[in-house]
Design a protein around this ligand. Structure first.
Ligand code: SAM
Length: 241
């Protein structure tokens, strides 16, 4: 099993990240949907939706939303929010998406860069491209390598409900690796997260090979312009030609 197939589906992953910022997510989505001028009738896929913080908010704004994630734990949790215009399904983003054509696909909060095999990366772009309507948008909210290199904290401890998560972060070759060790009820656990530091050029070539045009890069959740040396995020906006 690959690390992203197991770790994201453990209760420990959900415990470690139980303080995800919902306010930041909602402000970002508000700004993004305004800038994209997505009409109320739009259909949006939240690809790798996790616990649904963006999907649920998009739905409250009036959009028809499909949230997809590989983690059964997350999708089981998300099901409580379902309604006629908000559905969640287990789905591996490397596979074709079974849906009617949509107006936008969002992949948010570094939900890309997990795969060793380049073909898998390309398959993600192809699947997104195929499910979009012509002129549809793909938003890929990814990390910014320069920023990551500057702010990386090599070691830290996070306390959650009696568990001390020992976190060690390092950059190895073209990957950022987060090592996670802890004990629970006398048993030791070790997980890791491994995200590829894709360059802007690689991402652009994945997109253009499918027929996307990159029309904008924002550098943060307030949608300021991307600055290579300082921006915390690298938020790519692609349009299907
Ligand atoms: C960093 S989390 C972000 C979740 C969510 N977008 C958010 O902002 O809260 C990454 C998500 O990607 C999902 N994921 C990992 N590999 C996947 C795959 N191959 N297909 C679909 N989802 C995947 C994980 O289960 C996890 O929910």
């Amino acid at each position: 099993m690959e690390w992203f197939e197991s770790w994201f589906d453990t209760p420990y992953y959900h415990l470690l990240y139980n303080n995800r910022d919902y306010t930041e997510a909602e402000n970002f989505i508000t700004k993004l949907t305004q800038v994209l001028e997505l009409p109320q009738s739009s259909k949006i896929i939240d690809l790798a939706c996790g616990k649904g913080r963006h999907s649920v908010f998009l739905n409250t704004l009036g959009y028809k939303v499909l949230g997809l994630d590989l983690s059964h734990q997350s999708i089981d949790f998300d099901k409580q929010f379902e309604n006629e215009n908000l559905q969640f399904k287990v789905h591996d983003m490397r596979n074709p998406i079974d849906s009617e054509p949509v107006d936008a696909v969002f992949n948010l909060f570094t939900s890309f860069g997990y795969f060793d095999n380049e073909q898998d990366d390309q398959n993600v772009f192809k699947s997104v491209y195929d499910v979009l309507k012509t002129d549809g948008y793909f938003v890929l909210d990814y990390l910014n390598e320069e920023y990551v290199r500057r702010v990386i904290v090599p070691e830290s401890t996070i306390h959650r409900e009696g568990i001390d998560f020992q976190i060690a972060k390092k950059i190895e070759g073209r990957h950022i690796i987060k090592d996670i060790r802890f004990e629970d009820q006398g048993k030791s656990y070790h997980f890791f997260e491994k995200v590829k530091l894709h360059t802007l050029e690689t991402i652009k070539s994945y997109a253009e090979d499918c027929g996307f045009e990159r029309i904008k890069i924002w550098g943060d959740y307030q949608l300021n312009d991307f600055e290579k040396d300082t921006s915390p995020r690298c938020i790519n906006l692609f349009k299907k030609k």
